[in-house]
Every structure is written in C-alpha cells, then in structure tokens.
Design a protein around this ligand. Structure first.
Ligand SMILES: C[S@@+](CC[C@H](N)C(=O)[O-])C[C@H]1O[C@@H](n2cnc3c(N)ncnc32)[C@H](O)[C@@H]1O
Length: 227
C-alpha cells in the first residue's frame, strides 16, 4: 500500500467516526487494524521527534516528572526516560498502549490508556515536563479549546510544555463555523490563535517557531511555562 493510499484510508476512517459524533474512536480501530505493523500507522516514525532532543538538551529533564500526551508507539516517552526523567505516557487507544508495552518490555515508562480530557483528574498536581506532539492536531477544530485547556492543566507550577504540530494561518474573525470538514485531514493543522488556548488557561508562551520541514510541511514548535 502506498503512503497516499494509507493516508486516504485514515481520512475515511476518521470521517466515518466524525459523522457519528465520535471524534476519537478511529484511533483504536486504526491501531487494532495495524496489528503490530508500524508501517500501517501513518505517524509512526519509530524514533523520537527531533524537537524533543532539542528540548531535552535545553532543559533539565533528568529526575523530573515528565508526561507524554497521546504517546503513540512510545518513542518520545522512551527518549525522555533515557534522558533520566521519571516518565508517564498515555494514549486514548488501549491497543496502542498494549503495543508500547510489547515494544519496550523492560521499560521504566509508566504507560496508561486514558483520554486527554480526563487526564488532569488522574494527575491534579501536574508534571514538571509535558510533551504534546501531534495529538491536538488529530482532533477536530471544535475540540481545540477543550483539548488545550486539558493540556495546560497537566503542567505543574514552574513546569514546561513542548508542543509540536502542523501550523496554519489564523482563521478570519468572521468564520464562526467548524471548518473541520472543509479542510483536508486528519491531521488538521493548528493556528496560533488556537494555541492561545494554552495561555488562556494559565501558561506563558516562551518560544514559538513557524517553519517548513524538509517535506515542505508547515510546522509550529512552541514552548510554554506555568509561572
Ligand atoms: C497523530 S498521533 C501522534 C502520536 C505520537 N505523539 C507521535 O508523535 O508519533 C496522535 C495520537 O494521539 C492519540 N490521541 C488522540 N486523541 C486522544 C485523546 N483525546 N487522549 C489521548 N490520546 C489521544 C491517538 O491515539 C494517537 O496515538
């Protein structure tokens, strides 16, 4: 199967769930259908994101409590653990979490199946380091504010958050509808206005980079702190 076919299948699967009002059910179906074959998981690079290495180099993550949101197949969580952090990682898909545990049988990472919107109930004290790479961009635009509120709630006082996502221009102020169905995707790129949800929920933006990657995809890499 070509990557284009695989991405088309993913979009069809996501939209089948979206029209039923179930915006996150497709992740479990995708991981289950992949049946241990990472080539069938469109985002599975089987390596940590390069922005994470840069973040780890600039911050004292060792011995700190770290959280990876929407951890996928676990490479970012394992990289943080290798850097000495005490890592918890969660994903909404139980098959995905079972896959992480099979991939890393001797891991020090605590993997858990959980929905982002429930996560702050599990860890009200938050984490010193929080990593969110490509999760919120995989949720429809109508859920962005709720999702970023949930992400912000996981950052402890004095903590740092790394966000990596596809980027798009801010929407014109007149567009009041949910453009999810008009945009190609998933993923649905994130605007800087949407990232502002993190600041509306108590975080301060420390860094923001807007760039094109080697494949010509516009990305945002941003860092936040909770004072
Ligand atoms: C595009 S993938 C990115 C995975 C990983 N962060 C990476 O960079 O490879 C998005 C991940 O977020 C998970 N996810 C989506 N919605 C979620 C939610 N509400 N709570 C927790 N995980 C979620 C999906 O199951 C999927 O593994």
């Amino acid at each position: 199967m070509t990557h284009d076919d695989r991405d088309k299948q993913m979009a069809e699967l996501a939209r089948r769930h979206l029209v039923k009002g179930d915006p996150t059910g497709w992740f479990e179906e995708l991981y289950r259908a992949a049946d241990g074959d990472a080539a069938r998981v469109p985002w599975a690079d089987l390596a940590p994101h390069p922005a994470l290495a840069d973040f780890v180099a600039r911050h004292e993550v060792a011995v700190r409590r770290a959280l990876v949101i929407g951890c996928g197949l676990g490479d970012d969580a394992e990289a943080l653990a290798a850097a000495g952090a005490d890592v918890t990682a969660f994903d909404i898909s139980t098959s995905c979490i079972a896959w992480c545990r099979r991939r890393f049988p001797d891991t020090r990472v605590h993997y858990e199946a959980l929905d982002l919107v429930m996560a702050a109930d599990s860890w009200p004290e938050g984490f010193a380091t929080v990593v969110e790479i490509y999760t919120v961009q995989s949720l429809p635009l109508a859920l962005r504010e709720t999702a970023f509120e949930a992400v912000a709630a996981l950052v402890a006082p004095g903590g740092r958050l790394l966000v990596v996502c596809r980027g798009r221009d801010d929407d014109p102020p007149t567009s009041g509808d949910d453009p999810t169905f008009r945009l190609p995707g998933p993923p649905w790129a994130v605007s800087h206005d949407e990232l502002g949800g993190l600041e509306r929920h108590g975080l301060t933006e420390l860094r923001f980079a807007d760039y094109e990657d080697d494949a010509g995809v516009r990305r945002f890499v941003a860092e936040y702190a909770r004072p």
